[in-house]
Design a protein around this ligand. Structure first.
Ligand code: NAP
Length: 208
């Protein structure tokens, strides 16, 4: 699959490496430009690009940037595309965002409102990058780590759930973007590497 990844840090860099290893055609972009990405691209077997090149013909995009960078991304590049939102809101890093501080919006709904037209799916936000790199296991492995996947577009969510499985994690349907607060920071499933039953239980037990 042709995949564009925005962000080349802990999460974007990890997904660049892992998805390239699986045989996907990955173009990765960051804020400093392709020349800053030659080492990562070479190591991973990916292509270094700018935002436009990452989006060009991409069947799936992944956004893994500090949340405060999202409003500055050119929304037209994501229009109509499946866009995985791996981001979290940390006020210390991202500043005060009223709708997120008062929890009237999930951070993925807030992202979808900025990236109008994108088919946003929340995934990979609740696992540490190093665990995403190292801890994938074949389907059926006891205690295989499960990852919640939330979104409003059933087809887009299915595609991302298949990707999660191919990376070695059990995908768990976590409902809609409005319900995706259940996998945000400070919830039972955040950073806790639960199996599928544990994730379902954690999502159900999450409290606003
Ligand atoms: N670290 C984890 O284990 C982890 C786990 C799950 C979810 N997350 C979430 O994933 C997101 C990324 O976290 P991270 O740890 O990967 O961060 P990071 O290591 O600091 O990397 C952030 C990346 O975003 C890029 N970026 C920033 N502004 C950009 C812009 N305007 N356009 C394009 N690229 C831009 C940066 O590019 P430059 O370097 O060129 O500025 C950098 O490559 C955050 O929302 C975080 O909460 C992190």
């Amino acid at each position: 699959m042709k995949i564009g990844i925005i962000g080349s840090g802990h999460i974007g860099g990890t997904l660049t490496r892992r998805l390239s290893t699986l045989g996907h055609d990955v173009t990765v972009a960051n804020s400093r430009g392709p020349q800053s990405l030659t080492d990562l691209a070479q190591e991973a077997g990916a292509t270094a690009g700018d935002l436009e090149q990452a989006a060009q013909d991409a069947e799936l995009m992944i956004v893994a940037v500090p949340l405060l960078a999202v409003p500055g991304l050119p929304a037209e590049l994501f229009d109509g595309k499946v866009v995985v939102d791996a981001n979290n809101y940390y006020p210390q890093r991202d500043g005060d965002i009223a709708e997120l501080l008062d929890r009237s919006l999930s951070s993925s709904r807030w992202t979808a409102e900025h990236l109008k037209g994108a088919r946003v799916v929340k995934a990979f936000n609740n696992i540490q990058a190093q665990h995403l790199m190292d801890n994938g296991r074949p389907a059926g492995t006891p205690d295989r780590i499960a990852l919640p996947v939330a979104g409003d577009d059933a087809e887009a969510k299915q595609l991302v759930m298949q990707l999660v499985d191919s990376l070695g994690f059990d995908p768990v349907d976590a409902g809609t973007l409005d319900e995706s607060w259940r996998q945000q920071p400070d919830t039972p499933v955040y950073g806790t590497d639960r199996d599928a039953d544990g994730v379902r239980q954690g999502l159900a037990e999450a409290r606003p």
